[in-house]
Each structure stands twice: as structure tokens, then as C-alpha cells.
Design a protein around this ligand. Sequence first.
Ligand code: G1P
Length: 300
Amino acid sequence: MKSVKKAIFPVGGLGTRFLPATKSVPKEMLPVAAKPLVQYAYEEARQAGIEQCIFVTGRNKNAINNHFNHAFELQSVLSENEKKDMLDKVASWLPNPGQVMFIPQQDPAGLGHAIWCARHAIGNEPFAVILPDEMVLHKKGALSQMMDAYKKYGGNVLAVAEVAKEDTSKYGILDIEKEISDTVVQARAMVEKPEPDEAPSNLSLTGRYILQPEIFDYLDKHQRKHKSGDGEIQLTDAMESMLKYSPFYGCKFEGKRFDCGSLVGFLDACIAYSLEDKEVAKQVQEMLVKYNESEVRKAS
Ligand code: G1P
């Protein structure tokens, strides 16, 4: 079994749900506690053994490139002033030269199209995909947990989590063929954003994928069959077509999932990650108590 060493980060989206914040700042650069979303995704990938990170970007996304580069003026001032902690935050985690690549997605034609844009960089090997606006809070990242399942079962592995029935229309949803273990299911089919009464289950795709390179044969067809008629090329549709020839497993990872594609999910993540941050946790906790108390006062 070939190991997974490359990951694609689709970061070309327009971030329309976060306007006006995302008018000039890429959505992926929004901070959760003091770290941008895209850095969490990158660190999760590195923890899982990924050596090459491929960012599929759009226009006005240069802040992401800059974030993965040295910031010479800042670093020299911090170094002159012996601000070691701050220097670490700026540069200690940076990838080595040659480990990151940026590919423009010239048309914002959907997630499937973004992945397809990276086909030459991936070549003929299995790869991971991480959507930075989905976060999983756990000391062993979701992708590392998926790697364990991949080593055991091979094929394609998708991170999945249960959602409320009324939320199925926000996600790709799995139809389950069988349970393989407590944490792994095999998919029979999958559908992108079904209405609750048409959803085959409430097991949603959560923005982490390990895929075999054959997926590009399906993405090459540029299918746009998504019923919502948004005309986007969906990764879910390509996976659904490939499923007859290559197994797809859903991996129920441990950890709390945050859908930072929505404002409420993002705010939830900001609170949860701040409570994990030793520097501010206590104050945030006090803040929450204060707000809660004022709610109680208002209600009485
Ligand atoms: C994408 C995928 C969807 C997945 C979701 C996870 O949708 O197409 O299958 O469930 O990410 O957040 P998007 O949120 O980009 O519309």
C-alpha cells in the first residue's frame, strides 16, 4: 500500500458567508484564538505525516502565501529584541523550502474542480484533502486517525460525523453499506447536500479525505450533476461514481468538530480553542460566566 505524503488544501473560495471580513482577507486567514484557520489545517496534516502541502488558491489570497513564508522585517526586529516566544509563533512551524506549493484555481467552479487543479502535483499516488474551514479539536488530529484506518483497510477514507437531520442539506451525506468496526463504516453511496427527507443517513462528510489518484479520472469528466443547480463540480459526485470500483470508508473520528464555514460554528470554535489556550483560558471562562449571569438576570 502506497503511503500518503501529499495533501491538498482547497483555499480558493470567496468566503461570502463572512462578509465584510472576507472582502480583502481570505476566509482561511481568520483567526481562531490567535492562529489562522489555515495553520490549524497545515499542522493537522504535518502531524499525520504529510510532507508536501498543495494549496489551491484564488485571486486575492496572497495573505496565505505570505503566511507560509518568512516575514523578514518582523523576524529581524523580534530577533534583535530577543523575543524568542514571538519568533517561534512566526517562524518555528514553517515548512522547509519545497514543501509547499500554490496552484491558482482560475475558475471558482467548486470543490471537485479545485482538487482537479492539483492533479499534476499529485501524480499517481494516494493523497489527502483538508478543508481548512472544518476543524476538529483533539490531540490526535482527525487526519492522523484516518491514516490509521487507511493503513488497516486501504481504499479511500472519509472523515464523517453525525449531524442533526435538519442539517443534512449542508453536507455530503453517506449511505452506509455496513459497519466495519466501531469507528469505520463502508459506504454504499453518497449524495451532496440532500434535503432531510431524502438523506440516506445523518452521517456527514467533514472536510477530510484520503483518496486514490483514480479520482482524477472521474473529476476529468467535469460532471456538474449536483441537483441544487449551482453548477459546481462536486467532489462528492466524483466519489459517488468511483465507489463501484474502489471502496470508500467513513471514519468516525474522535474529537469535537466545528464547521467554521458558518458564523455560529466559527464562534463556537473561537470559544472552544480559547478555552484550550493557557494564556487566556481563565479569562475566557470568567467572561462566559459573566455573560451567562447577565442572561439569567435578563430572564428573571
Ligand atoms: C463541502 C463538501 C461537502 C462537505 C462539506 C464539509 O461543502 O462539498 O460534501 O460535507 O464541504 O464542510 P461546502 O461547505 O464547501 O459547501
